[in-house]
Design a protein around this ligand. Structure first.
Ligand SMILES: Cc1cc2nc3c(=O)[nH]c(=O)nc-3n(C[C@H](O)[C@H](O)[C@H](O)COP(=O)(O)O)c2cc1C
Length: 189
């Protein structure tokens, strides 16, 4: 029998997304966001939900662009730092020694050290409550060669993306592939 846990933001897994923006002075900023994910295939879109209190919020509203980097185990402390401190208080790129790179497609930066980045132009803004959901159209995905397999596809085990545990607030790693989607289910037909 299931036990009620209440109306809470419990979902497993959630990603750890590094939202990259420029402020009004052109200072690059990076924030950690777990409330996000792919939300459309055509056009390819990703959504991130930010509180108005974040420094990044206005940056997205003003520049109409953001990037989404995939946080990885190798840079876990840096990713977490970007979720604790605000760009309002200082330069998070300088503090974490992450390297800001200007996107060639949208008016937003990303951190070179995160192996995969989605470059997005703001498509929709949805006021939900405490959080505002920004839907970004993905204009390109860039990946380090080191995380692209011989088949030309991104390799999740090489990326080592962080998973956020919404219950105990821990960061987890991705395990091995246990089955092929759109295939394993056919065994039950
Ligand atoms: C694991 C983790 C996930 C987070 N997810 C979100 C989120 O989805 N939305 C949000 O508004 N804040 C989220 N935060 C908090 C922001 O990252 C934090 O408030 C940050 O300081 C905002 O940075 P900024 O003020 O430079 O924009 C998260 C923090 C952590 C550590």
């Amino acid at each position: 029998m299931k036990k009620s846990l209440g109306a809470k933001t419990l979902l497993f897994p959630t990603p750890v997304l590094m939202v990259g923006t420029y402020d009004q002075n052109g200072k690059p900023n990076l924030m950690n966001a777990a409330w996000g994910g792919i939300c459309c295939s055509q056009p390819p879109c990703v959504a991130v939900s930010l509180r108005k209190a974040t420094y990044s919020y206005n940056c997205i509203v003003e520049r109409k662009a953001f990037t989404v980097g995939i946080a990885c185990e190798r840079k876990m402390a840096e990713a977490d730092y970007c979720g604790i401190y605000s760009g309002r208080e200082g330069d998070k790129f300088a503090a974490t020694r992450l390297t800001p790179v200007r996107s060639s497609l949208v008016d937003a930066p990303y951190a070179e050290e995160f192996p995969v980045v989605l470059e997005c132009r703001l498509l929709h803004t949805l006021e939900i409550g405490l959080h505002t959901q920004f839907v970004g159209e993905i204009l390109d995905v860039k990946g380090d060669e080191s995380v692209i397999g011989e088949d030309g596809l991104l390799n999740i085990l090489k990326i080592q993306p962080l998973i956020f545990d919404t219950s105990r607030k821990g960061y987890h790693s991705v395990g091995p592939c246990v089955g092929q989607a759109f295939s394993i289910g056919k065994e039950l037909k």
